[in-house]
Ligand binder design. Structure first.
Ligand SMILES: Nc1ncnc2c1ncn2[C@@H]1O[C@H](COP(=O)(O)OP(=O)(O)OP(=O)(O)O)[C@@H](O)[C@H]1O
Ligand SMILES: [Mg+2]
Length: 438
């Protein structure tokens, strides 16, 4: 059933695109210019990737077999395949609208309405497919059926679906990400670029970790990690389960003992400092699994994050966190345990911000969240980045993390095996095969 994984990854990319278009529509409503280059990149992507590859394989294999195996299939698939057939014409119309809007021949409200109808259609298509078609497929298709479908979805011989084509899709996606306005979570404006002040030799390094080792009993979980984070940089740490990502963050913040190596933060050797002293220096962590204090109110959870801070600044900082996460203000008196997963993640990030981080450590902030919330969490990370925050981001969602990161490190069983800019890593064969499912 590998096809299902591929389909759901395709969908999450498409969902991000649809959300991006929605936000661009909002900005156009607010007076931004219509950028034909941006829209045509999005439409190129949808045309090449979705119409030619994704839909074609669904139609030829998954949906065909589903119709053979179930009498219920027709009612579910007819509208979906009708939409597949209409896709190319719809894009043609959209391209024409973009041209007219850019030339001022189509007014803003009408253009925005056209965009919204389109994205609502895309989203409802994916919804319908995930809610009805895929569950039915899981239920009725045989092992032989799946073998055929998986072969089709994994097939790399066909030039259209081959590595070259995939590389082109990725390039396109990156292009869209870099054309999208800064406020959009998809964006990768600075991805692949080092900070301007990061020329070798005079880089403004905030954190330098050298040969860090850490053990659980006799098991060495970190085997000599060296990495650097420059001021204002977003650095992603990606790697499989058990690679040591969490151990690294915990060792860095001082809650897990370090058995060898050293840590310099802002020029100071903090290797021997206790965790609360490191927090005072500005190393603040939003831990894996959020770990909010369920019975305590949201207010109190946030105040706990400020326990190393002078009292007089707490009220003002609370306001700033509430301004960033209005939902937390609304619910401030409620126990944190009543919040949804996404809201708890906001709370965990808010709590870390209350410590006035100079470097924010985020451990899997998107873990276990629905796609839309994942998007929101990445938006938050992007906003913090845009405000100049230095961020060390650990993520299982490697694609999204590398897309917004300036640089990344790949961790494997306690070692750094690869490093590069976000874009270099996204384009690296090994990384793609191991972590991006491409
Ligand atoms: N409390 C513990 N006691 C013993 N071994 C541990 C403990 N925590 C982690 N380990 C081991 O240390 C290694 C690194 O684990 P760690 O949790 O740092 O990985 P990770 O990259 O964060 O993984 P994940 O993606 O699952 O969060 C693994 O082999 C893990 O089994
Ligand atoms: Mg972890």
């Amino acid at each position: 059933m590998q096809a299902l994984r591929i389909i759901s990854e395709d969908h999450s990319n498409m969902w991000r695109l649809a959300t991006t278009i929605d936000q661009v529509a909002l900005e156009i409503e607010a007076g931004a210019a219509v950028d034909p280059v941006f829209f045509n990149s999005v439409f190129d992507y949808i045309e090449q990737f979705v119409d030619h590859s994704h839909h074609a394989r669904e139609d030829d294999h998954l949906f065909r077999l589903l119709r053979l195996r179930s009498t219920e299939a027709a009612a579910i698939l007819d509208p979906l395949q009708e939409e597949h057939r209409n896709g190319p014409q719809q894009l043609k119309t959209l391209r024409a609208c973009v041209l007219q809007a850019a030339q001022g021949d189509l007014n803003v409200p009408e253009f925005v309405a056209v965009l919204r109808v389109y994205t609502a259609g895309l989203k409802s298509h994916m919804h319908h497919e995930e809610k009805f078609a895929l569950p039915l497929a899981r239920e009725v298709l045989t092992a032989d059926d799946w073998a055929e479908i998986d072969r089709a979805f994994l097939n790399n011989d066909d030039p259209l679906f081959g590595d070259k084509a995939k590389a082109e899709f990725r390039e396109l996606f990156h292009r869209i990400a870099s054309l999208a306005p800064e406020s959009i979570g998809l964006g990768a404006h600075t991805a692949g670029k080092l900070q301007p002040d990061s020329a070798p030799g005079k880089a403004d390094v905030l954190l330098r970790v050298s040969s860090m080792e850490s053990c659980y009993g006799r098991i060495k979980a970190l085997k000599g990690i060296s990495l650097e984070v420059r001021r204002g940089e977003t650095v992603a740490l990606v790697g499989a389960n058990g690679a040591g990502k969490t151990t690294f963050l915990r060792t860095l913040s001082g809650v897990q003992p370090m058995s060898a190596g050293n840590i310099h933060f802002d020029g100071e050797d903090i290797s021997k400092l206790r965790s609360d002293m490191r927090m005072r220096r500005g190393i603040c962590q939003s831990p894996e699994g959020r770990q909010v204090f369920g019975p305590l109110s949201i207010d109190d959870n946030l105040r706990l994050g400020a326990y190393t801070q002078p009292r007089h600044q707490v009220a003002g900082d609370l306001e700033k966190v509430f301004a960033m996460f209005p939902i937390l203000r609304e619910k401030r008196k409620l126990p944190a345990g009543t919040l949804s997963g996404g809201q708890q993640q906001m709370l965990a990030i808010g709590r870390a911000l209350m410590g006035r981080p100079r470097m924010l450590l985020l451990d899997e902030p998107s873990m276990g969240l629905a796609p839309l919330l994942v998007e929101e969490v990445f938006n938050v990370v992007k906003t913090l980045k845009a405000q100049g925050m230095t961020i060390l981001l650990v993520e299982q969602n490697a694609f999204a993390a590398l897309a917004i990161a300036d640089r990344g490190y790949v961790l494997e069983t306690g070692n750094v095996t690869l490093t590069g800019t976000g874009q270099e890593l996204i384009n690296n064969e090994q990384v793609r095969a191991a972590y991006l499912g491409m």
